[in-house]
Design a protein around this ligand. Structure first.
Ligand code: GLN
Length: 241
């Protein structure tokens, strides 16, 4: 049984982010891999080490301000779980939280958990639009697509990016980098939702979660023709056909 967690589902769920968990769970159940989804609400106790996959979605600056304090009490436990191999997908606002801080457009500094060496600073205009990124999965280049809408510009320290921007802005619109990859943590600015649009990335996360519980990470193939056509259309629209 895989245990998937959704952190603050009622506060962090922009642009259909919840679809990431639905895609993760569906691609498990289509292969008869039992999975349960646990929602983690503000103020609720949780031991992240008991999870195999954690999803953190995006939020507005206002929502991020509300949950920053609650999140702080989880810092050490989440850090231990990450060191222990917890698979994490964090999008946009959720991604910013894992870094040192997010300085909003109103000069307010929302503290992050500091679990990843990065920080975010709001810029003068929002970075909005469809985006394509080349990532490496199991040694092979894969093009993923999504939609970004953020004012934060994220700058990386001693962590690797998730991939390189082919079209769109990515982390900050200047250095050509998108997201972060650290142990089994994957961060990205791409909403979409990301996982339904990019089944190869979803399967990569499912395999990592299976490894975490000591199960065979090899996955039976699924019929992804529709997803592949949608992905190709999204790339073509960005001039990357
Ligand atoms: N509020 C953050 C920003 O504007 C995150 C936005 C989001 O999650 N889409 O950068």
């Amino acid at each position: 049984m895989l245990v998937a967690g959704h952190l603050y589902p009622d506060l962090l769920n922009l642009y259909g982010d919840r679809g990431n968990l639905i895609a993760f769970a569906r691609r498990c159940t289509w292969r008869n891999i039992p999975v349960t989804v646990r929602e983690i609400i503000l103020g609720e106790p949780v031991d992240f080490r008991e999870l195999d996959f954690l999803f953190i979605g995006g939020g507005s600056d206002r929502e991020q301000g509300i949950m920053a304090e609650d999140l702080r009490r989880h810092r050490d436990n989440l850090g231990e779980a990450i060191e222990d191999g917890l698979v994490v997908l964090a999008i946009c606002g959720g991604y910013q939280f894992l870094g040192h801080h997010y300085q909003t457009g109103t000069e307010r500094v929302i503290p992050g958990l500091g679990l990843l060496d990065l920080y975010t600073q709001a810029g003068p205009r929002r970075l909005i639009g469809n985006c394509a990124v080349e990532v490496e999965l199991d040694g092979r280049p894969v093009r993923i697509t999504g939609f970004e809408n953020h004012s934060g510009r994220t700058f990386l320290g001693r962590v690797q990016p998730l991939g390189r921007v082919l079209a769109g802005y990515g982390n900050n619109g200047t250095d050509g980098l998108e997201g972060v990859r650290f142990r089994n943590v994957f961060c990205s600015y791409l909403h979409g939702p990301l996982l339904p649009k990019n089944p190869r990335l979803t399967d990569h996360l499912v395999s990592l979660a299976l490894k975490r519980v000591g199960r065979n990470p090899a996955l039976a193939p699924l019929d992804d023709r529709l997803e592949e056509r949608a992905g190709a259309a999204a790339l073509a629209r960005l001039g990357l056909g």
